[in-house]
Write a protein of this length. Structure first.
Length: 250
């Protein structure tokens, strides 16, 4: 997978894309990440990339020419078909379903906007628009990092163990179950008995039950979208009874 990031601030992305999981994936060649400075595509001595908005008002708007030249160069660079994404709070919300779809691409170009936005005419030169959440960050760079990270996790070989992405929150439409490690007693708080049982089926059942109840309590919207099996319904009822009992006891 090749990710190309078009940005005015390549150094903002250097460390986040070079450390930990992404750094290792790049070193081993499973993913390739290139940043391109949009300013290199701007004309004139000052290589100006932004200008005042028509109609007046505060802030600057990114000019179309450097952005579109950068996009066109990226599209022409490889024989693979590029999927060009504009990062903007007005785009489609990034969720695990979209992440899975993007993981099937082979060349993703991310266009990072800055200032008040990009000239509207740039939209015609991209394939889709993506937002990482209903809030505004100062530019597309943090959003690009999030997208590259989330998509890379799904590429075989990026995570040490191929099954670990499957257990992630959202991958089956549920939040993940809780995790525990040593010590067995932390300030009086113990490990759930099922996890100490050594019985794989019992542990799997406990994890499924916890994922279900956690999702119901925290993200009812996710649970409502799922078709639960009879076994899931039963586990959920059990979990609710256990909670009620614990509440009564305390
Ligand atoms: N640029 C600014 N805010 C953004 C967001 N929420 N998603 C993607 N790009 C952005």
């Amino acid at each position: 997978m090749l990710f190309e990031i078009l940005t005015l601030f390549p150094s903002m992305l250097e460390a986040p894309l070079s450390e930990s999981v992404l750094g290792k994936a790049r070193e081993s060649g499973i993913i390739e990440v290139r940043t391109r400075n949009i300013r290199d595509f701007a004309e004139g001595r000052h290589r100006v990339c932004d200008d005042a908005p028509y109609g007046g008002g505060a802030g600057m708007v990114m000019k179309p020419e450097p952005l579109v030249s950068a996009i066109e160069e990226s599209r022409a660079r490889t024989s693979r078909e590029a999927h060009v994404i504009l990062l903007t709070p007005q785009g489609r919300l990034l969720d695990q379903r979209l992440v899975e779809k993007l993981a099937a691409e082979s060349h993703i170009v991310l266009v990072c906007g800055r200032y008040e936005g990009v000239d509207e005419r740039v939209r015609e030169f991209v394939d889709s628009e993506v937002s990482v959440g209903d809030y505004v960050v100062s530019g597309g760079e943090p959003a690009a990092w999030i997208l590259v990270d989330a998509v890379s996790r799904l590429i075989p070989g990026v995570l040490g163990n191929d099954s670990s992405a499957e257990a992630d929150s959202f991958s089956q439409g549920l939040l993940e179950h809780p995790h525990y490690t040593r010590p067995p007693d932390f300030r009086g708080r113990k490990i759930p008995e099922d996890l100490l049982s050594g019985d794989h089926a019992r542990i799997a059942k406990w994890r499924r039950k916890q994922a279900l109840i956690r999702t119901k309590q925290r993200r009812r919207d996710l649970l409502d979208r799922l078709e639960l099996t009879d076994e899931d319904q039963r586990l959920l009822e059990e979990a609710e009874e256990e909670l009620a009992r614990n509440e009564e006891a305390s």
